[in-house]
Write a protein that binds this ligand. Sequence first.
Ligand code: AMP
Length: 142
Amino acid sequence: MSYDPANIFARILRGEIPAYVIEDTDHTLTFMDIMPKADGHALVIPKEGARNIFEISDEALQHVITQVKRVARAAQRAYPGKGIRVIQLNGSEAGQSVFHLHFHVIPSADGMNFGFHGGAAADEKSLKENAQRLKQALATLA
Ligand code: AMP
């Protein structure tokens, strides 16, 4: 599948759909998530058209992650006492629903109850096997 320029975030970038924009930079747009998981839930997207972390150029990704840090710092200031979650999904299997790369920045106070952590520690064999699997894949990367 290739990047679909009709996706909702591309339309926001082109100004075809309104958004609650927080900051517009040369390489990124930051705006409120319309269905927030918590007050202050913002999204940071690159202006480069890329569906996910695999497709974006390293240069554009650097701009995005720098902006994510900036927005996370602002959220920390704007929502004192909250922790700041940064979440990014790749592929529908991972729960991604809009196929223009985006990072969620979410002020959060529900601790371990947000359902991300596994329920129990894996056994040693499984941890070792999975570590090996990732190490082998890392070794094949440029
Ligand atoms: P993901 O599941 O990571 O792809 O997240 C997509 C996010 O985009 C969801 O949290 C939606 O609430 C949000 N979203 C969808 N449409 C819009 C929109 N028009 N403006 C702002 N946020 C949106």
